[in-house]
Design a protein around this ligand. Structure first.
Ligand code: HEC
Length: 191
């Protein structure tokens, strides 16, 4: 009985001292299970790194790198770029009622304030004195030709870069959304 008590007390003292000493140093991680799960062998992106000339782990991607699944639009914001896009760029979106409906919603949000809901160039800001864009179905493009003949590539180029009084929508409207809008503009060209 006495022996057991001594053993119990000893075990208690050892356990207590482990608990007390393990709490003493707040920065110590104590005993770790599989420490390489906490301390990586790989470099963290913000750590110095002697393997690279500039000594950084986070390297700038090489010029021309594009995210996975990203489709390039290599047509500059020039008259040549506009004409080239007109010849070479075609929409790859399927003609579905769903895409058209989404294009309509995007058009109403981003384009109708100037172009008007039916694309006649009579949007709300125009009614307040903004220079009116030409009607999609009846007007003439400032770059030549009838608005109703504007091609996929020309409309996409215009949304991407803007033209004169119209700004670029590249930062507001993602490429696939632009194609949905193009589909809806084609619909308005026939009104
Ligand atoms: C701030 C007003 C404004 C908004 C918003 C606007 N546009 Fe325009 N847009 C214009 C004006 C003004 C023109 C005529 C510019 C010119 O040719 O001088 C124009 C011209 C165009 C043309 C004719 C381009 C050409 O080659 O002649 C297209 C196509 C077009 N816009 C599409 C769009 C689409 C699609 C949107 C929405 C994503 C949009 N616009 C939003 C003002 C606007």
């Amino acid at each position: 009985m006495n022996k057991l008590r001594i053993l119990g007390t000893t075990a208690f003292v050892i356990a207590a001292s482990i608990v007390i000493t393990s709490c003493k140093d707040k920065r110590s991680t104590g005993w770790e299970y599989a420490p390489n799960m906490y301390e990586h062998k790989a470099y963290e992106y913000d750590q110095p790194n002697n393997n690279f000339k500039d000594g950084k782990t986070a390297q700038v991607p090489p010029a021309g790198t594009i995210p996975l699944g990203f489709k390039r639009f290599d047509y500059p914001n020039t008259r040549e770029g506009y004409d080239k896009a007109s010849l070479e760029v075609k929409s790859i979106l399927a003609q579905t009622p769903q895409h058209l409906a989404e294009g309509k919603a995007l058009f109403i949000t981003f384009c109708s304030p100037c172009h008007g809901v039916t694309g006649q160039g009579d949007g709300l800001v125009v009614q307040h004195g903004y220079p009116p864009p030409p009607s999609y179905s009846k007007g003439q493009s400032s770059r030549g030709g009838a608005m109703k003949d504007l091609t996929d590539g020309k409309i996409y180029h215009t949304i991407t870069y803007g033209v004169n009084a119209m700004g670029s929508y590249a930062s507001q409207v993602a490429p696939e959304e632009r194609w949905k809008i193009v589909m809806y503009v084609h619909h308005l060209q026939n009104l």
